[in-house]
Write a protein that binds this ligand. Structure first.
Ligand code: HEC
Ligand code: HEC
Ligand code: HEC
Ligand code: HEC
Ligand code: HEC
Ligand code: HEC
Length: 295
């Protein structure tokens, strides 16, 4: 197997690929796409684009794959390069497997909220990352020792958030509620988002309910940020009603669904059978209001 011993051999390899594509001609769209990608890489290299020195321990196939995934990502479009994550800020040393700290400088809010939920709180306390082995809920056996980090849900090179919103969760969670999600109307709506880089606001993924979006004002702009605290909408139990369900459903429908244990277990695969009295609803809303005023 050929290894990229240094940045220089990587450069030579990319350059020779550009020449190969240029002489072969663009016979099919796939080849054309790869040629364009190679040209982009070559231009970046010619412009003296900072690349960390990949050690000989790095598998060239992985290097290729990472580069291809990154090329069309939101990061590449915003000039977030290999070195933005694979180089330590202070020592400039090459980092093969960057951790949370590599995201922190640019995504402070995501890191802060992640550390407050069940998924991240062990790390806030300085303990090792959470793994399914530590769980009380049923988990996928194959994921037993997978550590919870930013890169566990996010493919860090494509940063495609559609994959992160359902597939990643089901890589670990295997309780009845989670496994039933694919049978729901919500999942049908989400299927329409599969081709997007970002879930649309019209569909409901695991993340819609458990990592809800918030609109924030930054200067004169409104930006949407994801609350990565996965405990937040669970406590108190009806917080999810106002945070999530009422963006699309009425108050009565939402409360009747969320307090119906069987329906939660079935991941909302049918209209609610429960019928809370209007009186109970008013009281529930009243409790929420005084809670909010008090906090
Ligand atoms: C947004 C941050 C980020 C950017 C940008 C980034 N990487 Fe990575 N990369 C990571 C993280 C985090 C890991 C560790 C992945 C993991 O733990 O699964 C990683 C792992 C890798 C690996 C090892 C993969 C493996 O499975 O062993 C390679 C190779 C790699 N990156 C190459 C690149 C190249 C080449 C670029 C630029 C084209 C790049 N990365 C850009 C964050 C990034
Ligand atoms: C040098 C700054 C920088 C670093 C480091 C960085 N990002 Fe980003 N990231 C950005 C910018 C800029 C965007 C695009 C604008 C936005 O959505 O905020 C972005 C977007 C994203 C998105 C949203 C993609 C989308 O389709 O909307 C995710 C997910 C993401 N980053 C994850 C990570 C993770 C995980 C890490 C660490 C492994 C990381 N980023 C490191 C700057 C950075
Ligand atoms: C690396 C495996 C892993 C992945 C991926 C993962 N989780 Fe978890 N999650 C866990 C573990 C472990 C727990 C703790 C369960 C326990 O203690 O019984 C947990 C707990 C939870 C809880 C309960 C929180 C609480 O406070 O009780 C929710 C909700 C949750 N996860 C939702 C999600 C969603 C949604 C996704 C995808 C966006 C996801 N998880 C992805 C491993 C994972
Ligand atoms: C449990 C899975 C999971 C983990 C762990 C996770 N994310 Fe996310 N993240 C998501 C999902 C899903 C979305 C998109 C949700 C949506 O758009 O509805 C997202 C969205 C984002 C975005 C774009 C939206 C925004 O708020 O700017 C960024 C940036 C991001 N994550 C960074 C991170 C960083 C940094 C970490 C580590 C601290 C992290 N994520 C850990 C699942 C996860
Ligand atoms: C429409 C909203 C919604 C969707 C979609 C959804 N959930 Fe849930 N989830 C809930 C509600 C409500 C609860 C139960 C809260 C309670 O019992 O207090 C819950 C509970 C959980 C719990 C258990 C928490 C505990 O401590 O018992 C996990 C884990 C979880 N969900 C994961 C997922 C995963 C993974 C997906 C996607 C495959 C998903 N959920 C989809 C609303 C949703
Ligand atoms: C982004 C919008 C949206 C959000 C947020 C949302 N839903 Fe839905 N939900 C829908 C749509 C659309 C349907 C399908 C309605 C139909 O078939 O007529 C649906 C269907 C349902 C159904 C009936 C399923 C069936 O098979 O008939 C229940 C129950 C339900 N949602 C409960 C909830 C609960 C509880 C929440 C909050 C935890 C929630 N939904 C959040 C849009 C949403």
């Amino acid at each position: 197997m050929r290894l990229f011993a240094s940045y220089r051999t990587l450069k030579v390899s990319i350059m020779s690929r550009v020449l190969r594509f240029a002489s072969a001609g663009w016979r099919n769209p796939r080849q054309a796409r790869r040629a364009i990608a190679a040209l982009v890489m070559a231009m970046l290299l010619l412009l003296g684009w900072a690349t960390p020195a990949w050690g000989s321990g790095v598998d060239p196939a992985k290097l290729d794959e990472s580069t291809q995934l990154w090329q069309t990502s939101a990061h590449a479009l915003n000039n977030v390069n290999c070195s933005s994550c694979h180089q330590a800020d202070d020592t400039k040393a090459f980092v093969a497997q960057p951790g949370i700290e590599s995201c922190q400088s640019c995504h402070e809010q995501s890191v802060d909220t992640f550390l407050l939920g069940k998924h991240g709180i062990r790390q806030l306390e300085g303990a090792s990352p959470l793994t399914p082995a530590m769980a009380r809920l049923p988990m996928q056996v194959a994921a037993h020792d997978v550590q919870m980090n930013c890169s566990t849900c996010h493919d860090v090179h494509s940063v495609n958030t559609v994959q992160a919103a359902v597939d990643s969760c089901l890589g670990c969670h295997s309780d009845t509620h989670s496994l039933n999600y694919p049978n729901s109307r919500h999942a049908e709506l989400f299927a329409a988002d599969r081709s997007l880089p970002r879930p649309s606001a019209a569909s409901v993924s695991c993340a819609t309910c458990h990592l809800p979006r918030h609109e924030l004002k930054v200067g004169s702009d409104r930006v949407t940020q994801v609350n990565h605290n996965n405990t937040y909408t669970l406590l108190p139990r009806d917080r999810m009603v106002q945070e999530v369900c009422m963006n699309c459903h009425g108050v009565e429908y939402s409360y009747n669904s969320i307090f119906d244990d069987d329906l939660v277990e079935a991941n909302f695969d049918a209209p609610p059978a429960l019928s809370l009295e209007t009186f109970d609803l008013v009281r529930a809303l009243e409790v929420r209001r005084t809670d909010q005023e008090g906090s």
